[in-house]
Design a protein around this ligand. Sequence first.
Ligand code: AMP
Ligand code: ZN
Ligand code: FE
Ligand code: FE
Length: 304
Amino acid sequence: MKIDLHIHSKNSDGADTVEELIPKIKEANVDIFALTDHDRTDGWDKAAELANQLGLSFIPGIEITTEGRVPDGEGNIHPFGIHLLAYLPNPNDPELVAILTTNQKSRVTRAKAFVANLQAKYPLLTFELVLRIAQEGSTLGRPDIAQSLVELGEYPSVNDVFNAPDSPIHKRSPYYVRNEAPDVLEVIRIVRNAGGVPVVAHPLARTSSEDDQPTYLPREHFQAMVEAGLLGLETQHKEVAPATREVLELFAKEHNLITTGSSDYHGLSVKPFNPLGLHSTSLEMLQRILELGTGAKPTLNHKI
Ligand code: AMP
Ligand code: ZN
Ligand code: FE
Ligand code: FE
């Protein structure tokens, strides 16, 4: 059985509408899937309906934008982005709704501030252009800003914008604006409280553009997340290096955490292409998610 628990639709930053996406999942021979749009749940109902029509099983999920705040021993905090997958949370839980609403708003505020900074170098860049490039309702981010710079003829491709030696959108760029997000420990508690199963997405992932992400395992930080109620790690993901995966899997075993494998499919968009079903979660791990997730109902068309 193929189980892919990390998939995006056009509701966030994927290329496919939910209506286009679910038949593609069927074609890719994935049996059980989760829809995990960034900071939103509005695709769930349609996904459940189409899953029933096509005989697929559907697990409702969200990829929540959060921040890890790790003290460096000298009392300084170096925040870094953590994406937290939440399976089967109650989508109407007030604290969860508040977090998702705040996150959707801060993406817009951040993109506006980023564009304002970049206008010093690229006077033709406007927030309206970035909005037009991003799909409606989509999660605004650096890929949309990069695509806008390509549209203006400043760079040949999105990849070039990200990877240029003096990339204007790199974390170290003077124009960079951080995306503010809630503390991951607080979000873990909120997800658990809403009956959800929190799983760290692509832990310690390295994308070419994020070469300043920590590559070692900040063990205390993972421990703090476990103490806050973390239940799993997405160890099998294209951006998790094999050596990192091994360390993460050992850590998961020690702490009896769930481990998952997923594609992080976004379709053909400005994001890197990850085919559906690229990685799969085991049935045993899915069973644990289903036992622990009590805030929303899965749509099951398989014997599990
Ligand atoms: P942001 O969350 O707005 O800071 O943007 C980070 C996003 O950019 C991540 O989700 C990455 O998947 C995406 N990204 C990183 N490198 C590239 C690249 N070379 N091409 C397209 N998207 C990228
Ligand atoms: Zn995404
Ligand atoms: Fe992510
Ligand atoms: Fe994702």
